[in-house]
Design a protein around this ligand. Sequence first.
Ligand SMILES: *Cc1c(COP(=O)(O)O)cnc(C)c1O
Length: 377
Amino acid sequence: MRIETKLVHGCKGFDPTTGAISFPIYQSATFRHPGPNQSTGYDYSRLQNPTREELENTLACLENGTTGCAFSSGMAAVSTVLGLFSPGDHIIVSDDLYGGTYRLFEEFYRKYGMEFTYVDTSDINSVSQSIKTNTKAIFIETPTNPMMKVTDIAAAVEIAKNSGILTIVDNTFLTPYYQRPLELGADIVVHSGTKYLGGHNDTLAGFIVVNDNDIAEKLRLLQKSVGAVLSPFDSWLVLRGIKTLGIRIERQEQNALAIAKWLKDNKSVEKVFYVGLPEHEGYEISKRQASGFGGMISFTVNKVELVERILERVKVIAFAESLGGVESLITYPIVQTHSAIPKEIRDRIGVNEQLLRLSVGIECVDDLIKDLEQAIG
Ligand SMILES: *Cc1c(COP(=O)(O)O)cnc(C)c1O
């Protein structure tokens, strides 16, 4: 079955007992047992809940994995993945990544004895050169947030397999609609479901998807032990969001390409970072490993003063954190999403005071361009 159809129908797709087309919200914390030593398959909602299970199975199906786990946020999912490792373990991480992930690793896991090295994973040699005897995984974001660098997933997987370590990919930006890292050999996929999967800026969610039974078992144990699970109602919201993921992200990509081209020709704009522009460094790799470029653009303006002006003046586009929803959002990474990243790393990767990030929504692209035009002036 093609992914367009899988998105609409989910895993079971409907409630087998009533035929309800919209999967029911099982708003129950606990489940009544038929008798001693008997269970309906559901005992307590931290362990399993039918609505969450439908969503987890849907994610597994979309990513071509065997097991999906749903969490109350993307960070809860990333944190649970880190539970697979032990004090003394070392992980190689993309240096241009979501600020919250960096904060979690540095502020939390480092004090439990874990080590992290931040490298430009789009330069595959620097990945292999960073492997140490205690390295246990490579954690990749691709395209990266906010500089849109592309890492060759299959090449990273090859390095990881040769060293007997895991490859973890944060697939939030492209979603399984455009990119499926498990098919390229990755071991673990993580998501902020808050973004494209949910798609409506109305709920937080996070996911892990794997295709290895041992890893799946460990993750299930962590999920029920730590307990940062997604609620039945939020699970339903994401199930509903996923139905339209395909048409949303296609429209977002179409709009993004038009906006990227428009920005490129604007004299106040210095540089445009959009993977879908043929001159983008990662264009060819992206064409090989993904079926689309997504709806995220970053750009620098030629004067710092312009940033304030743009953020004050935008009307259709909202000045807000987050991404991937139907509404277009503009973000100022240096003070919002990436404030936790130290200046030295920010300078190295190019997150400066002139950089803005745009999450393109599904509005009419003419209105979006008109809005940018009047804001940039
Ligand atoms: C937002 C985001 C996260 C964190 O997810 P939350 O749902 O906000 O906890 C992780 N990775 C990427 C790439 C993100 O964009």
